[in-house]
Write a protein that binds this ligand. Structure first.
Ligand code: NA7
Length: 546
């Protein structure tokens, strides 16, 4: 017994690693943060990554049809001209393997992999007040310590598998889209049940329907969707983008959502019905998230929102042949874009197929999963495979699950029990020297992510650079600045229609028991960036530095 204990201790001692900064996660955020701290500040940095490859969100989300809703030419880094000029995307919306290929290309080009530890899952992180040091423990028994801890864990990385009675008794296979098997799933000849019709469910249903014998879609909340109009990127597109990257990035940073297009300055209510219809029609034909930018007030004014919602509801009727099914698919309980708007490739058309059935869970809730399928209050559906497209414990889930204890041992899960409390989404009081890239309270998921990530990473890097230049060892968000920021996040959300959608994951409503708090900052990326810059220029107002 004694010898076992001493052996275990020796292993831990041997595997403990001290460095200047620890980054958790090797997706878009972790890779860029590593590059900035290591190659610009010259720090000794380690990235700890749970997966056996890099890619973050895109390492895990490999479900059929998984692709990004931002367009490829701007779903990428903007910090390196060579990468910009050397890389070319093949499709308007990048599919998951191509995004991983891109991130591997970047990592190889910048020689990042030598500082990334794969298969290294963080199980806890604790702050030592006396030494101003974070110590991180991993599942394989390693310890890492550093003055700075930076989470780059993504906002949508904790799978939400609903706790449905009887799931363990199911004789078939079940999968969550966010934890998809790398070898893929063979749907041929299978009866598949898909639960969930968010962005993921809307992407995957058409692909599963083509491959499976039969698909039953279990829908709790009907959703709006805009056609993606995906297609190949041409040589002319690539040349045009490469020639115009400076302007593309300027536009992306100047906007609300980090997309390089401007939101119209006209109200939807300022034009005639005919003109409005024509504008929506053009946006529908062009496809993608840009539809939302057709007018200035789609997300600000209920009447304006209704014009967009009605337009999209009518489109469902024109696509879906069976009027009863079209009605089931028509969202009636929330306005367009008050929940994250999906974009699709043939979603509504899928319900015209003979091998696809739609089940309305509001009319017949799921009672249980049986050995042979799903039982609702009305009937049994025999299934071979269940696909959970049921989303994520968004924003807070990935952070709370790291089991973080801050100053005086306070746990992040307790500090955030009533909802996340951050200053600028970057730090939380009592968690000194811990930075949360795209944390709750920042624009994060309301943006094209790489642009939001770069803004955060640049700010964090500059902050650490300034601290080192000034001989400061500790930075901690003040409680009063945090309370004011939380109030401002609520105020920014309330100035939009976003809080209207009571089942939105922006509010945490998709996870039973999670506090209902609007989590991302809805004041827009440009405004947010200028607030962060101003805070830094003022000598980090709202933070305590020592
Ligand atoms: P979402 O958008 O959270 O969608 C999850 C879907 O699953 C949604 O339709 C939910 O219905 C449904 N859901 C969740 N729990 C259940 C249970 N218990 N029973 C039935 N249906 C359920 O996740 P996605 O993965 O689609 O998208 C996440 C983001 O990834 C997306 O917004 C983009 O930013 C990229 P609900 O609407 O809650 O009634």
């Amino acid at each position: 017994m004694a010898s076992n204990e001493s052996t275990a201790f020796a292993v831990n001692e041997q595997s403990s690693h001290a460095c200047d900064a620890i980054i958790i996660g090797a997706g878009f955020s972790g890779l860029y943060q590593l590059h900035k701290l290591r190659d610009e500040l010259g720090l000794d940095v380690v990235v700890l990554e749970k997966g056996d490859g890099i890619g973050g969100t895109w390492f895990w989300n490999r479900y059929p049809g998984a692709r990004c809703d931002s367009e490829s030419y701007y779903y990428c880094y903007s910090f390196n001209k060579e990468i910009e000029q050397e890389w070319s995307w093949s499709e308007r919306y990048p599919e998951h393997p191509e995004i991983r290929k891109y991130l591997n290309f970047v990592a190889d080009k910048l020689d990042l992999k030598r500082d990334i530890r794969l298969n290294t899952e963080v199980t806890s992180a604790a702050f030592d007040d006396d030494a101003n040091l974070w110590t991180v423990q991993t599942k394989n028994g390693q310890f890492f310590s550093a003055p700075f801890l930076i989470t780059a864990v993504g906002c949508l990385s904790t799978a939400n598998v609903p706790d449905i009675k009887g799931l363990a008794s199911f004789k078939g296979q079940w999968y969550h889209t966010g934890l998809w098997p790398h070898e893929g799933v063979d749907f041929s000849g299978k009866r598949v049940g898909q639960i969930g019709t968010g962005s993921t469910g809307i992407q995957t249903a058409p692909v599963i329907a083509e491959q499976a014998k039969h698909l039953t879609v279990f829908q709790r909340t009907a959703n709006y969707s805009i056609p993606a109009r995906n297609g190949p990127v041409t040589a002319d597109d690539i040349k045009h983008t490469r020639d115009n990257y400076d302007e593309i990035w300027r536009l992306a940073r100047a906007g609300t959502n980090g997309h390089p297009f401007t939101i119209s300055t006209r109200s939807a209510l300022s034009v005639s019905n005919a003109e409005r219809q024509e504008i929506y029609e053009k946006a529908w034909e062009r496809g993608g998230l840009r539809f939302r930018a057709s007018f200035s007030d789609v997300l600000q004014n209920v009447e304006a929102n209704l014009t967009a919602s009605d337009f999209l509801r009518d489109k469902i009727k024109t696509v879906v042949k069976n009027p009863a099914i079209a009605e089931m698919l028509t969202p009636r309980d929330h306005g367009f874009a008050t929940k994250r708007p999906p974009i699709d490739s043939g979603y509504f058309e899928t319900f015209n197929r003979d091998n696809v059935l739609l089940v309305d869970l509001k009319a017949e809730p799921i009672v249980e999963v049986t050995a042979n399928g799903i039982r609702t209050t009305k009937q049994d559906y025999a299934l071979d495979i269940i696909v959970f497209a049921t989303g994520f414990d968004a924003l807070t889930g990935p952070l709370v699950n790291l089991n973080i204890s801050g100053s005086q041992g306070i746990k992040l899960k307790d500090a955030w029990a009533a909802g996340p409390r951050t200053y600028l989404g970057l730090q939380s009081p009592k968690f000194p020297n811990l930075f949360t890239i795209t944390g709750p309270g920042s624009p994060s998921v309301l943006c094209n992510m790489p642009i939001a990530i770069e803004q955060h990473v640049d700010w964090i890097t500059n902050c650490i650079r300034d601290m080192r230049a000034n001989g400061q060892k500790r930075i901690e968000a003040n409680t009063d600045s945090t309370e004011k920021w939380v109030a401002h996040v609520n105020e920014a959300a309330d100035a939009t229609l976003l809080p209207m959608a009571s089942s939105s994951w922006y509010l945490g409503a998709n996870v039973p028991g999670k506090p209902r708090v609007f989590m991302p900052y809805a004041g827009g990326l440009a405004r947010y960036t200028s607030i962060c810059d101003d805070v830094a220029q003022s000598g980090y107002r709202g933070f305590a530095l020592s």
